[in-house]
Design a protein around this ligand. Structure first.
Ligand SMILES: Nc1ncnc2c1ncn2[C@@H]1O[C@H](COP(=O)(O)OP(=O)(O)OP(=O)(O)O)[C@@H](O)[C@H]1O
Length: 243
Protein backbone atom coordinates (compact mmCIF):
# COMPACT_ATOMS: atom_id res chain seq x y z
CA UNK A 1 0.00 0.00 0.00
CA UNK A 2 1.06 3.55 -0.73
CA UNK A 3 0.21 6.33 1.67
CA UNK A 4 0.88 10.05 1.54
CA UNK A 5 0.37 11.93 4.78
CA UNK A 6 0.18 15.74 4.86
CA UNK A 7 2.51 16.02 1.88
CA UNK A 8 3.53 19.57 1.14
CA UNK A 9 5.96 20.50 -1.62
CA UNK A 10 7.53 23.87 -2.27
CA UNK A 11 10.37 24.60 -4.66
CA UNK A 12 11.15 28.09 -3.40
CA UNK A 13 10.09 27.79 0.23
CA UNK A 14 7.12 30.11 -0.39
CA UNK A 15 4.64 28.96 -3.07
CA UNK A 16 3.16 25.49 -2.46
CA UNK A 17 3.21 23.14 -5.45
CA UNK A 18 1.49 20.48 -3.32
CA UNK A 19 -0.56 21.64 -0.37
CA UNK A 20 -1.04 19.19 2.48
CA UNK A 21 -2.19 16.15 0.54
CA UNK A 22 -3.40 12.90 2.09
CA UNK A 23 -3.83 9.80 -0.02
CA UNK A 24 -4.06 6.05 0.32
CA UNK A 25 -3.65 3.77 -2.65
CA UNK A 26 -4.06 0.02 -2.39
CA UNK A 27 -1.89 -2.48 -4.21
CA UNK A 28 -3.20 -3.06 -7.74
CA UNK A 29 -5.19 0.16 -8.12
CA UNK A 30 -5.17 2.00 -11.44
CA UNK A 31 -5.30 5.70 -10.62
CA UNK A 32 -5.35 8.68 -12.93
CA UNK A 33 -4.27 12.11 -11.74
CA UNK A 34 -5.77 15.01 -13.64
CA UNK A 35 -5.72 18.78 -13.27
CA UNK A 36 -4.70 21.83 -15.21
CA UNK A 37 -1.10 22.74 -15.89
CA UNK A 38 0.74 23.63 -12.70
CA UNK A 39 -1.81 21.96 -10.41
CA UNK A 40 0.89 19.73 -8.89
CA UNK A 41 0.50 16.41 -10.75
CA UNK A 42 4.19 15.89 -11.50
CA UNK A 43 5.24 17.10 -8.07
CA UNK A 44 3.08 14.44 -6.41
CA UNK A 45 4.46 11.63 -8.54
CA UNK A 46 8.03 12.77 -7.99
CA UNK A 47 7.45 12.94 -4.26
CA UNK A 48 6.42 9.28 -4.17
CA UNK A 49 9.88 8.09 -5.20
CA UNK A 50 11.55 11.12 -3.61
CA UNK A 51 12.83 12.64 -6.83
CA UNK A 52 11.36 15.65 -5.05
CA UNK A 53 11.58 15.86 -1.25
CA UNK A 54 8.53 17.32 0.46
CA UNK A 55 9.01 20.14 2.97
CA UNK A 56 6.40 18.47 5.17
CA UNK A 57 4.66 15.12 5.46
CA UNK A 58 5.40 11.45 5.11
CA UNK A 59 5.46 8.91 2.28
CA UNK A 60 4.76 5.32 3.28
CA UNK A 61 5.42 2.39 0.96
CA UNK A 62 4.08 -0.79 2.56
CA UNK A 63 4.03 0.94 5.96
CA UNK A 64 7.67 2.03 5.69
CA UNK A 65 8.25 5.77 6.02
CA UNK A 66 10.68 6.18 3.13
CA UNK A 67 11.70 9.76 3.90
CA UNK A 68 13.76 8.64 6.86
CA UNK A 69 15.57 5.85 5.00
CA UNK A 70 19.31 5.65 4.41
CA UNK A 71 20.47 5.76 0.78
CA UNK A 72 20.97 2.00 0.53
CA UNK A 73 17.48 1.29 1.88
CA UNK A 74 15.98 3.93 -0.38
CA UNK A 75 17.68 2.27 -3.37
CA UNK A 76 15.85 -0.97 -2.55
CA UNK A 77 12.50 0.80 -2.30
CA UNK A 78 13.15 2.80 -5.48
CA UNK A 79 13.66 -0.31 -7.57
CA UNK A 80 10.14 -1.37 -6.64
CA UNK A 81 8.83 1.91 -8.06
CA UNK A 82 9.10 2.34 -11.83
CA UNK A 83 8.89 5.78 -13.41
CA UNK A 84 7.73 6.41 -16.98
CA UNK A 85 8.43 9.87 -18.39
CA UNK A 86 6.68 11.81 -21.13
CA UNK A 87 9.86 12.00 -23.22
CA UNK A 88 10.67 8.26 -22.82
CA UNK A 89 14.08 8.84 -21.18
CA UNK A 90 15.91 6.34 -23.41
CA UNK A 91 19.52 6.25 -24.56
CA UNK A 92 18.97 6.94 -28.27
CA UNK A 93 22.12 5.37 -29.64
CA UNK A 94 21.78 2.17 -27.61
CA UNK A 95 19.80 -0.89 -28.59
CA UNK A 96 16.30 -1.50 -27.33
CA UNK A 97 17.62 -4.41 -25.26
CA UNK A 98 20.36 -2.34 -23.62
CA UNK A 99 17.80 0.32 -22.75
CA UNK A 100 15.54 -2.23 -21.09
CA UNK A 101 18.46 -3.74 -19.17
CA UNK A 102 18.90 -0.35 -17.48
CA UNK A 103 15.86 -1.41 -15.46
CA UNK A 104 18.01 -4.14 -13.86
CA UNK A 105 20.67 -1.74 -12.57
CA UNK A 106 18.91 -1.32 -9.23
CA UNK A 107 19.72 -4.98 -8.55
CA UNK A 108 23.44 -4.63 -9.27
CA UNK A 109 26.40 -3.68 -7.14
CA UNK A 110 27.86 -0.34 -8.18
CA UNK A 111 30.80 -2.14 -9.82
CA UNK A 112 28.51 -4.24 -12.00
CA UNK A 113 26.34 -1.19 -12.76
CA UNK A 114 29.31 0.83 -14.02
CA UNK A 115 30.49 -1.94 -16.31
CA UNK A 116 27.00 -3.00 -17.36
CA UNK A 117 27.49 -6.60 -16.28
CA UNK A 118 24.25 -8.54 -16.71
CA UNK A 119 23.51 -12.22 -16.19
CA UNK A 120 21.13 -14.67 -17.89
CA UNK A 121 18.32 -13.77 -15.52
CA UNK A 122 18.66 -10.09 -16.49
CA UNK A 123 18.51 -10.93 -20.20
CA UNK A 124 15.55 -13.24 -19.65
CA UNK A 125 13.74 -10.55 -17.68
CA UNK A 126 14.45 -7.93 -20.38
CA UNK A 127 13.26 -10.12 -23.22
CA UNK A 128 10.14 -11.14 -21.29
CA UNK A 129 9.35 -7.47 -20.63
CA UNK A 130 9.83 -6.63 -24.29
CA UNK A 131 7.57 -9.46 -25.35
CA UNK A 132 4.95 -8.20 -22.90
CA UNK A 133 4.84 -4.85 -24.71
CA UNK A 134 4.88 -6.51 -28.13
CA UNK A 135 8.46 -5.54 -29.00
CA UNK A 136 10.24 -8.89 -28.85
CA UNK A 137 11.22 -8.48 -32.48
CA UNK A 138 12.79 -5.04 -32.02
CA UNK A 139 15.30 -6.07 -29.36
CA UNK A 140 18.42 -5.34 -31.40
CA UNK A 141 17.25 -2.16 -33.10
CA UNK A 142 18.58 1.18 -32.01
CA UNK A 143 16.17 3.08 -29.77
CA UNK A 144 16.22 6.15 -32.02
CA UNK A 145 14.93 4.06 -34.93
CA UNK A 146 11.58 3.53 -33.19
CA UNK A 147 8.35 5.52 -33.33
CA UNK A 148 7.21 7.53 -30.30
CA UNK A 149 4.72 4.86 -29.26
CA UNK A 150 7.33 2.13 -29.57
CA UNK A 151 9.80 4.20 -27.53
CA UNK A 152 7.23 4.55 -24.79
CA UNK A 153 6.68 0.79 -24.84
CA UNK A 154 10.45 0.30 -24.41
CA UNK A 155 10.30 2.65 -21.47
CA UNK A 156 7.47 0.61 -19.96
CA UNK A 157 9.48 -2.60 -20.55
CA UNK A 158 12.42 -0.97 -18.76
CA UNK A 159 10.29 -0.35 -15.68
CA UNK A 160 8.81 -3.88 -15.86
CA UNK A 161 12.37 -5.18 -15.72
CA UNK A 162 12.70 -3.56 -12.32
CA UNK A 163 10.01 -5.94 -11.13
CA UNK A 164 8.07 -3.02 -9.68
CA UNK A 165 5.13 -2.96 -7.31
CA UNK A 166 4.21 0.54 -8.44
CA UNK A 167 4.57 2.33 -11.76
CA UNK A 168 4.39 6.11 -11.79
CA UNK A 169 3.79 7.57 -15.24
CA UNK A 170 4.12 11.31 -15.79
CA UNK A 171 2.13 12.34 -18.87
CA UNK A 172 3.27 9.21 -20.73
CA UNK A 173 1.02 9.85 -23.72
CA UNK A 174 1.24 13.63 -23.98
CA UNK A 175 3.59 13.45 -27.00
CA UNK A 176 1.57 10.80 -28.83
CA UNK A 177 -1.44 10.90 -31.15
CA UNK A 178 -4.75 9.63 -29.82
CA UNK A 179 -4.68 6.15 -31.36
CA UNK A 180 -1.12 5.53 -30.13
CA UNK A 181 -2.10 6.93 -26.74
CA UNK A 182 -4.88 4.34 -26.50
CA UNK A 183 -2.44 1.55 -27.34
CA UNK A 184 -0.12 2.71 -24.55
CA UNK A 185 -3.03 2.98 -22.10
CA UNK A 186 -4.07 -0.57 -23.02
CA UNK A 187 -0.57 -1.79 -22.14
CA UNK A 188 -0.75 -0.02 -18.78
CA UNK A 189 -4.14 -1.58 -18.17
CA UNK A 190 -2.96 -5.07 -19.04
CA UNK A 191 0.13 -4.71 -16.85
CA UNK A 192 -2.06 -3.48 -14.02
CA UNK A 193 -4.46 -6.40 -14.31
CA UNK A 194 -1.99 -9.17 -15.14
CA UNK A 195 0.90 -8.23 -12.87
CA UNK A 196 -1.17 -6.54 -10.13
CA UNK A 197 1.13 -3.52 -10.34
CA UNK A 198 -0.28 -0.31 -8.89
CA UNK A 199 -0.37 2.36 -11.59
CA UNK A 200 -0.50 6.10 -10.98
CA UNK A 201 -0.68 8.03 -14.16
CA UNK A 202 -0.79 11.78 -14.85
CA UNK A 203 -3.00 12.61 -17.77
CA UNK A 204 -3.94 15.81 -19.56
CA UNK A 205 -6.66 14.04 -21.47
CA UNK A 206 -9.69 13.57 -19.21
CA UNK A 207 -11.39 11.24 -21.66
CA UNK A 208 -8.44 8.86 -21.52
CA UNK A 209 -8.46 9.06 -17.73
CA UNK A 210 -12.18 8.28 -17.57
CA UNK A 211 -11.89 5.44 -20.02
CA UNK A 212 -8.91 3.61 -18.52
CA UNK A 213 -8.56 4.56 -14.86
CA UNK A 214 -10.70 3.06 -12.09
CA UNK A 215 -10.04 5.93 -9.72
CA UNK A 216 -9.39 9.56 -10.52
CA UNK A 217 -7.72 12.15 -8.37
CA UNK A 218 -8.21 15.72 -9.55
CA UNK A 219 -5.88 18.44 -8.37
CA UNK A 220 -6.27 22.15 -8.27
CA UNK A 221 -3.56 24.47 -6.99
CA UNK A 222 -1.84 21.62 -5.17
CA UNK A 223 -4.98 20.38 -3.40
CA UNK A 224 -7.25 17.42 -4.05
CA UNK A 225 -10.55 18.59 -5.51
CA UNK A 226 -11.89 15.14 -6.33
CA UNK A 227 -10.91 11.61 -5.39
CA UNK A 228 -13.28 8.89 -6.49
CA UNK A 229 -14.56 6.60 -9.19
CA UNK A 230 -13.85 7.65 -12.76
CA UNK A 231 -17.50 7.10 -13.60
CA UNK A 232 -18.70 9.58 -10.96
CA UNK A 233 -16.72 12.52 -12.29
CA UNK A 234 -19.40 14.96 -13.43
CA UNK A 235 -19.13 17.72 -16.03
CA UNK A 236 -19.82 20.23 -13.28
CA UNK A 237 -16.79 18.99 -11.33
CA UNK A 238 -14.68 18.98 -14.47
CA UNK A 239 -15.60 22.61 -15.02
CA UNK A 240 -14.43 23.42 -11.51
CA UNK A 241 -11.20 21.49 -11.99
CA UNK A 242 -10.29 23.21 -15.22
CA UNK A 243 -11.82 26.61 -14.50
N1 LIG B 1 11.63 22.24 -10.51
C1 LIG B 1 10.80 23.24 -10.19
N2 LIG B 1 11.26 24.41 -9.71
C2 LIG B 1 10.40 25.40 -9.36
N3 LIG B 1 9.06 25.32 -9.45
C3 LIG B 1 8.54 24.17 -9.94
C4 LIG B 1 9.38 23.08 -10.33
N4 LIG B 1 8.59 22.07 -10.76
C5 LIG B 1 7.32 22.51 -10.65
N5 LIG B 1 7.29 23.77 -10.15
C6 LIG B 1 6.09 24.57 -9.87
O1 LIG B 1 5.25 23.79 -9.03
C7 LIG B 1 3.88 23.93 -9.40
C8 LIG B 1 3.31 22.55 -9.73
O2 LIG B 1 3.99 22.06 -10.87
P1 LIG B 1 3.83 20.57 -11.42
O3 LIG B 1 4.82 20.40 -12.52
O4 LIG B 1 3.87 19.64 -10.29
O5 LIG B 1 2.35 20.63 -11.99
P2 LIG B 1 1.67 19.76 -13.13
O6 LIG B 1 0.22 19.69 -12.77
O7 LIG B 1 2.40 18.50 -13.32
O8 LIG B 1 1.85 20.69 -14.41
P3 LIG B 1 1.99 20.25 -15.96
O9 LIG B 1 0.70 19.59 -16.34
O10 LIG B 1 2.19 21.56 -16.67
O11 LIG B 1 3.19 19.35 -16.06
C9 LIG B 1 3.85 24.90 -10.58
O12 LIG B 1 3.57 26.19 -10.09
C10 LIG B 1 5.26 24.83 -11.12
O13 LIG B 1 5.63 26.03 -11.73
Amino acid sequence: MLKLENITVSYDGKALAVDNINLEIDQGEFVGIIGSSGSGKSSILKTINLLVRPIKGKVYVDDVDIIGLKNSQLRTIRRSIGFVFQDYNLIDRSSVLDNVLVGRLGYKSSFKSIFGIFNDEDYESASKALRQVGLGEKMFERADQLSGGQKQRVSIAKTLCQNPKIILADEPVASLDISTSKIIMEYFKTINEKNNITILINLHDVNLAKRYCDRIIALKKGKILYDGKAGDLSDELLNKIYQ
